[in-house]
Design a protein. Structure first.
Ligand code: 13P
Ligand code: SF4
Length: 313
C-alpha cells in the first residue's frame, strides 16, 4: 500500500503537470461548484452555471477545460465557437437535461402556438435551439420578469424550478415535468429531521428541490448564491439543500462555520466523473472535445445571449 507521503507527492506532481499544460495550451480550467475537491482546488474559476457561462464568454484563452457536465461544455461551445472546449469525461451528463428532446419541445410549441419558451441552461444545445430565452438558477426570476406579461410562458425541463418561478413572479407558467433526480429526492421529512437536530441552523435550498422543501427554506439560492450567503450572515450553522460537492467550497470559505448536508446522499454521480488524471489526459490529447454544430449553435446562441443580456436587470 502507498504511504500518505507518496500519495501526496503524486498528487502534487499531477497538479504541477496540469498547471504546466494549461499554460502551454493557453487554456483555462473552469469547474462547477459540485466538482470533486481536488478539481475545484486546481481550477482558474469555480462557479455556478451562470458564472461559468459568463466566464466562458469573456475569456481570451484558446482552450477551455470544462469540469462539469455535458450541457455546460455545450454552453461554452455555443458562446465561444472559435475555442476548443474540452470535457475531460465525455459521458458526464445531466439526467435532467436528457428529460426533454428538441422534438418534444417542437411538438409542445405546435400544440400551444405563441408560447414563450424559457429553458433552464440544464438542457441540450438542440433544446436551446428551440428556446426563446435561457435561464439559470441564479437569474430565473429576472428572466421571467423580462417576458411580456401578456405572453404565455412555458418552462423546460425542471418542474420544480418552474413552480418556484411561478410562485415568486405571480406569472402563470406552464412547464415540462422534468426534474433533477438528486434534488427532487430531498423530502420534507428529511429536512424536518435535520432541522430538529440543528435548530439554530439556517436552511439554504436550491430551486431544483420540490416545492414542499422550498417552503421550509430560509433562503433559496443558486450554488454560488449559497456560497456567498454565509459571508453576510451572523449565523454559524447552515443546512445545505443541494449536491454535497458544495460543502468543500463552503467549508474552505468559512472555516469557523458549520455546514450540514440536508441529506448526505445528495451526490450527483455525473459531477464526480472528472478527476485530475482525466484532466491531464484531456490537456495532453486535446480530447474529448465538445463542439456544437453551426446551425444549432446559431439558434441556441440567441437564447443564451438573450439571457446574458438581462443579467443586470
Ligand atoms: P447552479 O447553476 O446553481 O450551479 O446549478 C446547476 C446544477 O446543475 C444544479 O444541479
Ligand atoms: Fe443535473 Fe441534478 Fe446533476 Fe445538476 S445535480 S447536473 S441538475 S443531475
Amino acid at each position: 500500500m502507498k504511504s500518505q507521503t507518496v500519495i501526496m507527492d503524486e498528487l502534487k506532481d499531477l497538479k504541477d503537470r496540469i498547471r504546466d499544460l494549461l499554460h502551454q495550451r493557453k487554456a483555462i480550467l473552469l469547474a462547477h461548484n459540485y466538482q470533486r475537491p481536488e478539481v475545484q482546488d486546481i481550477a482558474d474559476l469555480c462557479g455556478d452555471s451562470l458564472e461559468l457561462s459568463i466566464k466562458a464568454s469573456q475569456t481570451d484563452a484558446e482552450v477551455i477545460v470544462f469540469c462539469g457536465v455535458h450541457f455546460m461544455a455545450e454552453t461554452a461551445s455555443i458562446l465561444c465557437p472559435d475555442k476548443k472546449i474540452l470535457l475531460p469525461v465525455l459521458d458526464a451528463g445531466c439526467p435532467m437535461a436528457d428529460m426533454i428532446t428538441a422534438e418534444e419541445l417542437r411538438r409542445k410549441r405546435e400544440e400551444i402556438p405563441g408560447l414563450i419558451v424559457i429553458s433552464y441552461v440544464n438542457t441540450t444545445a438542440e433544446v436551446k435551439a428551440e428556446t426563446d430565452i435561457c435561464c439559470t438558477s441564479a437569474n430565473v426570476i429576472q428572466v421571467v420578469h423580462s417576458v411580456d406579461p401578456s405572453l404565455p410562458i412555458f418552462m423546460t425541463p425542471d418542474k420544480n424550478l418552474a413552480q418556484y418561478a411561478k410562485k415568486h413572479t405571480g406569472r402563470d407558467i406552464m412547464y415540462w415535468e422534468g426534474f433533477c433526480p438528486i434534488h427532487n429526492n430531498l423530502t420534507v421529512t428529511q429536512v424536518r429531521k435535520v432541522r430538529s437536530a440543528h435548530p439554530d441552523a439556517l436552511f439554504l435550498a436550491h430551486p431544483e428541490c420540490p416545492p414542499g422543501v422550498l417552503e421550509l427554506a430560509d433562503e433559496v439560492k443558486s450554488t454560488s448564491g449559497m456560497i456567498a450567503l454565509p459571508g453576510g450572515s451572523e449565523n454559524r450553522e447552515f443546512i445545505i439543500g443541494t449536491e454535497t460537492g458544495i460543502l468543500h467550497p463552503l467549508s474552505k470559505a468559512y472555516p469557523d462555520k458549520l455546514f450540514i448536508p440536508a441529506d448526505p446522499g445528495m451526490i450527483c454521480g455525473d459531477m464526480k466523473k472528472i478527476g485530475l488524471r482525466e484532466i491531464l489526459a484531456a490537456l495532453k490529447n486535446l480530447q474529448p472535445e465538445v463542439r456544437v454544430p453551426g446551425e444549432i449553435r446559431e439558434r441556441a446562441k440567441g437564447a443564451v445571449d438573450r439571457m446574458l443580456a438581462i443579467r443586470d436587470v
